[in-house]
Design a protein around this ligand. Structure first.
Ligand code: ATP
Ligand code: MG
Length: 297
């Protein structure tokens, strides 16, 4: 029997099409979407984006996993986990010493899980050099979790190293946080070249999920001009949501909390909630288009 005949819960196939819920549609699909948050430039807001995007997705009631792929472990401490060398971490998962499932940590948000990192992850870059299928380690490790999570967010280190490569091979989309500065495009061209090369050789399905402006100050002419240039260049890949510079976003990690728990009414928390909604809406639109004109009607 056709799935659409069987399905009674799915908003796509429901007779009552009155109020479709994006979260419902996303929950329904079988495989989670993996988003790598990457930019080899340091300090552009990757970790802040990874933590607060993942939290906002979880708060929208979709099961979400955040994987800390950076030896700096800022996403791990930012979600309140203390340093613990005994805890199973991304390093063990990449080295094949543990299943990803065994590394899952609960967080303060009911639908958010974390695979934590530890500074020993820096060794993986060297230890994996000789390993077979070294670029596919994370992809293979996460495969058993794809049915369990609607979104898996990967926080990458500030380098185009083997860790970022593993994240880009495991991902369906790369989300690029950028600051609105002169030469912003030049900085990101190396990343875009890498995405092209990975698409050609290792992961043909890799897309640019979006480019998001972080620490954005809309009052300055410079920021406006650079944003305009980037919009021309990236077109619809440019996220409509921009993330303002907001002190609450900078304070929240020192309390071990995502911004929406630390101060849900702050502009920072609100902007990441909007970003999560924008990315979910895009997924829903893509899936409706893929479902064809009859089912999408
Ligand atoms: N929108 C924002 N408003 C205010 N502060 C921010 C914002 N985004 C990030 N920050 C602060 O800027 C610094 C760098 O941010 P973050 O750690 O997210 O960048 P990163 O790209 O992950 O850095 P790295 O390349 O070292 O991993 C942090 O102190 C963070 O708290
Ligand atoms: Mg970081």
């Amino acid at each position: 029997m056709e799935h659409s005949t069987l399905c009674t819960r799915c908003a796509l196939h429901s007779q009552e099409r009155g109020g479709y819920s994006g979260a419902q549609i996303l929950r329904h699909k079988k495989m989670g979407r993996v988003i790598a948050v990457a930019n080899q430039k340091g300090g552009v807001g990757k970790t802040t984006t990874a933590i607060n995007l993942a939290s906002s997705l979880a708060a929208a009631e979709v099961n979400t996993l955040l994987v800390d792929c950076d030896p700096q472990s800022n996403a791990t401490s930012g979600l309140g986990l203390r340093k613990d060398p005994q805890r199973i971490s991304t390093y063990d998962v990449l080295m094949g010493a543990a299943w990803a499932e065994e590394a899952l940590q609960l967080t303060e948000l009911e639908q958010l899980w974390l695979i934590p990192s530890h500074k020993n992850l820096i060794g993986a870059n060297l230890e994996l050099v000789e390993a077979e299928q070294r670029e596919f380690r994370l992809s293979h490790a996460l495969a058993p979790l794809l049915e369990r999570f609607e979104f898996i967010v990967l926080d990458c280190p500030p380098a185009l190293d083997l860790l970022t490569l593993n994240a880009l091979v495991a991902a369906n989309g790369v989300l690029i946080p950028m600051q609105a500065e002169y030469f912003a495009l030049e900085g990101v061209s190396e990343l875009l070249d890498t995405v092209e090369r990975i698409r050609a050789a290792l992961n043909p399905g890799l897309e640019v999920e979006g480019v998001v402006l972080t620490m954005f100050d809309e009052r300055t002419n410079l920021a406006q001009q650079v944003a305009e240039e980037l919009r021309k260049y990236f077109g619809e890949r440019m996220c409509t949501t921009t993330i303002p510079r907001n002190i609450r976003l900078a304070e929240a990690p020192s309390h071990g909390k995502p911004a929406l728990i630390y101060d849900v009414r702050s502009r920072g928390a609100e902007s990441y909630i909007r970003l999560a909604k924008e990315l979910m809406d895009r997924q829903v639109a893509t899936r409706k288009a893929a479902a064809g004109p009859v089912e999408a009607a």
